[in-house]
Design a protein around this ligand. Structure first.
Ligand code: BG6
Length: 385
């Protein structure tokens, strides 16, 4: 098992040499290669890298790793959806208003400025981890739980996502960069002042976008992806927000964060990937007292309380799977290329716009105000844990 954790420039070279020296020939048993992210820089380079790998390796020998798929709570998305019968009937456009996928980090770039400044939030998080989360949430049930069946369904979802029109990027996405501020009690310099970041950098440290999955199940249900560095919290979660009840029979009782006249909070299913791993469902319930009214309450599952252990380290699981020859939790060639195809228009539009449209936010805030307006313009709001 060869694990490529070199800088990405060396992937093709290392694999060429593994081929030339016959170190990956499978005459005497399996030979596998784990390829770390970033897998390419855009669609063209990802296709090129796949070609180079395939000149030497069979697809069954290539294990493109995305450590999010090794997280226990990410795998739990599939068991929750397909190991129970009561959620699937509600998992579609008839009941779901929209979906939010949030990956927030409270750290800055932590000494990785050299790499990060060539990447940015879309390449670093969206193209891989977040589109993977989206595909697990949105995919159809596979006929069996094997690597090809699961990955076939995931790639079908990615293919159903409406391509982003370069000319409409301003309507479909927001990008930001943090300036000096305090996140979780720690003072952070502006991103542009981080070591090994170009002074005139236009790299996004925050990105939010709205994607449409044009298929029978999801037509008309927006999927919002949002990620950023130097936000107030370290948290990854998926929120499925349901439609409101068709008729308003009850008023809401006074409760924090809610003003008289506000709408009743809709049901929300939250899959908490990390930290505080678990799943919760927000429902409206009657508080004690003579009046019939509603307050939100939470039905919940907490990973630690139920299982009494912390989730295992993602890489342990993935490397074990690789040794066992199970590629279910690894990214197939067509998946990685489709994912790059989706984000490449964003990257192109932002590259040619330069500083135009790049919004700034203080470290320790929930991102630029432009992003709030972006979701509010559709009558919705970010769910900030
Ligand atoms: C990596 C990114 O893939 O994922 C980092 O390169 C990011 O920038 C990290 O911090 C987040 O991983 P986790 O497991 O801490 O959510």
């Amino acid at each position: 098992l060869y694990y490529l954790a070199t800088t990405p420039d060396y992937y093709p070279k290392v694999v060429d040499h593994l081929g030339a020296t016959r170190l990956v020939s499978e005459d005497e048993g399996w030979r596998r290669v784990v390829v770390e992210k970033p897998f390419g820089h855009d669609l063209t380079s990802a296709i090129e890298l796949n070609k180079r790998l395939h000149a030497v390796l069979d697809e069954t020998q290539v294990y493109r790793i995305d450590h999010y798929l090794g997280k226990e709570t990410v795998q739990n998305i599939l068991t929750f959806r397909f190991g129970n019968s009561i959620f699937e009937p509600l998992w579609n456009r008839r009941y779901v208003d929209h979906v939010q996928v949030l990956v927030a980090e409270d750290l800055g770039v932590e000494g990785r400025g050299g790499y990060y400044d060539t990447a940015g939030a879309v390449r670093d998080m969206m193209q891989n981890h977040m589109l993977q989360l989206l595909s697990l949430i949105a995919m159809e049930p596979p006929a069996t739980f094997d690597a090809e069946a699961v990955r076939d369904e995931k790639v079908k979802v990615l293919r159903a996502i409406r391509p982003i029109d370069v000319a409409r990027v301003a309507e479909l996405a927001v990008r930001g960069q943090y300036v000096r501020g305090t996140a979780r009690g720690k003072r952070l310099p502006a991103y542009a002042d981080e070591p090994r970041v170009a002074e005139d950098t236009t790299t996004e440290t925050y990105a939010a976008t709205r994607l449409e999955v044009d298929n029978w199940r999801w037509a008309g249900v927006p999927f919002y992806l949002r990620t950023g560095k130097a936000l107030p919290k370290q948290v990854t979660e998926v929120t499925i927000q349901y439609r409101r009840p068709p008729l308003r029979l009850f008023e809401h009782a006074p409760h924090p964060g809610h003003k008289p006249g506000d709408e009743i909070e809709p049901n929300r299913l939250t899959l908490r990937i990390q930290p505080d791993e678990g799943i919760s469902l927000r429902v409206g319930l009657k508080p004690p007292g003579p009046r019939i009214s509603l307050v939100p309450a939470r039905l919940g599952f907490a990973y630690r309380d139920t299982f009494g252990v912390d989730p295992a380290e993602a890489y342990e699981r993935l490397l074990l799977d690789c040794m066992l020859g199970d590629s279910t939790l690894f990214i197939r060639r067509d998946e990685v290329e489709t994912a790059w195809g989706l984000v490449t228009p964003l990257l192109q539009a932002w590259e040619s716009a330069g500083r135009d449209g790049l919004a700034y936010y203080p470290a320790g805030s929930w991102g630029p105000t432009e992003a709030d307006r972006f979701i509010q313009s559709a009558g919705r709001a970010w769910v900030n844990p």
